[in-house]
Design a protein around this ligand. Structure first.
Ligand SMILES: *Cc1c(COP(=O)(O)O)cnc(C)c1O
Length: 390
């Protein structure tokens, strides 16, 4: 049967499938879901639930695991950031929620180190905010050694400031604790993007412990939850505000207590009951396993792929350096010249099956293969493709 008529899931997969040698990228569908996640999603999928109560119940457990006062499930870290930006402006005020994205007369500025700008901050800019960048990431100029210092954030805070934003990475400057100190001294909350900061598992509690008021994690990356899931955790009043901006509020006035805003700016970011149950199942498994569990398996796979790629004329094969968690999960194929590396990556990307590689070293002549999303047998296909092309 043709895919144009009644495509089965198998047909869809056949048309869109790639060999993922690029790691858990969103554009490649993220990582594999953890064992037990589908069962949780299936179990809840045929039941009706009160979504707010479900969010509260899931939030209590996530709060426990993150050390936060409260938490909720979002449909991704980017969704969590948008809800966070809305929450620090609207708080729990129904009129403010109803007015979104109009924020005239309200504090709507988010202050951030210029080096923390990134492609995902469109989520922060959506709910009527204005980004204020401070500092200069001069360490990238070759000449400089500076980035952003706490006093630069401190002096930028004024009565128009809604929050300070911090994109967490191991290299991020200034230190989160220092940013929290200057923000809190001025009574302003701190929002942290920690989307991809797991593992290490101890980062689940690290940013809250450092004083962050709202922290967003991806559920579809290393946690192994549904691709469209995430966590927002933090201060109870701000999580309540984020929920109010997201939840469906078509409840008859006679059947509720008090005012409810109309659907908020976060309503299109609905997290479904399947995402909530699936994320929680993944998270339980994530915290029950250890950062070390994956390392030997990944190293074995990397060794195997490296062996298959060795001996191609004009190339050099090396295992990638251990990542910041000590994991070896990459193989580097030095093609000698940028042109040759780019041509190989393009050929693989247009191959049958398509193979997508890590592309950030192409201009240095190196094609990188990540093994953490490879299915069994795919290393041999990659090696054959590379040999055929070169
Ligand atoms: C992946 C990522 C996001 C987006 O996460 P989603 O869960 O896909 O919405 C946001 N910020 C950073 C830094 C990321 O790496």
């Amino acid at each position: 049967m043709s895919i144009a008529n009644h495509p089965t899931t198998g047909d869809l997969i056949a048309e869109a499938r790639v060999i993922n040698a690029a790691s858990r990228l969103t554009r490649l569908g993220g990582g594999a879901m953890a064992p037990g996640v589908i069962a949780a999603m299936r179990e809840i999928s045929t039941t009706s639930v009160d979504m707010r109560t479900l969010q509260k119940a899931a939030g209590r457990r996530i709060a426990e695991l993150t050390g936060a006062e409260a938490a909720m499930v979002t449909c991704g870290a980017a969704a969590g950031l948008m809800l966070a930006a809305a929450a620090v402006i609207t708080r729990v005020d129904p009129a403010r929620i109803a007015a979104m994205p109009r924020t005239e007369g309200l504090p709507n500025r988010l202050i951030m180190a210029r080096s923390h700008r990134n492609m995902y901050d469109i989520a922060l800019r959506t709910p009527g905010t204005e980004l204020v960048e401070v500092g200069i990431a001069d360490r990238y100029s070759g000449a400089g050694v500076r980035d952003c210092e706490p006093w630069e954030i401190e002096t930028a805070v004024d009565e128009r400031t809604a929050a300070v934003f911090y994109c967490a990475t191991p290299e991020a400057e200034p230190r989160l604790e220092e940013v929290v100190a200057v923000a809190h001294a001025k009574g302003v909350p701190v929002i942290v993007d920690a989307a991809a900061q797991l593992p290490p598992r101890h980062n689940l509690t690290r940013f809250i412990a450092a004083g962050a008021d709202l922290v967003a994690f991806s559920g579809g990356k290393a946690i192994g939850g549904p691709q469209a899931s995430g966590i927002l955790c933090g201060r109870a009043d701000l999580i309540e505000a984020a929920l109010l901006n997201m939840m469906d509020h078509d409840i008859h006035p006679a059947l509720r207590d008090g005012a409810l805003p109309p659907h908020g700016i976060g309503r299109p970011l609905k997290a479904g009951k399947e995402e909530i149950a699936g994320l929680l199942a993944a998270l339980e498994r994530f915290v029950a396993t250890s950062d070390d569990d994956d390392a030997p398996r990944l190293r074995r796979r990397a060794n195997r792929l490296a062996k298959l790629l060795r001996g191609i004329e004009g190339t050099k094969v090396a295992l990638g350096a251990p990542d910041r968690h000590g994991m070896v999960s990459r193989v580097e194929l030095d093609c000698g010249t940028p042109d040759r590396a780019i041509a190989l990556a393009r050929a693989l990307d247009r191959g049958d099956p398509r193979t997508v590689v890590v592309s950030n070293m192409l201009t240095r002549g190196i094609v990188i293969f990540s093994v953490d999303c490879l299915a069994s047998g795919e290393d041999q296909i990659i090696a054959d493709q590379v040999r055929n092309y070169l």
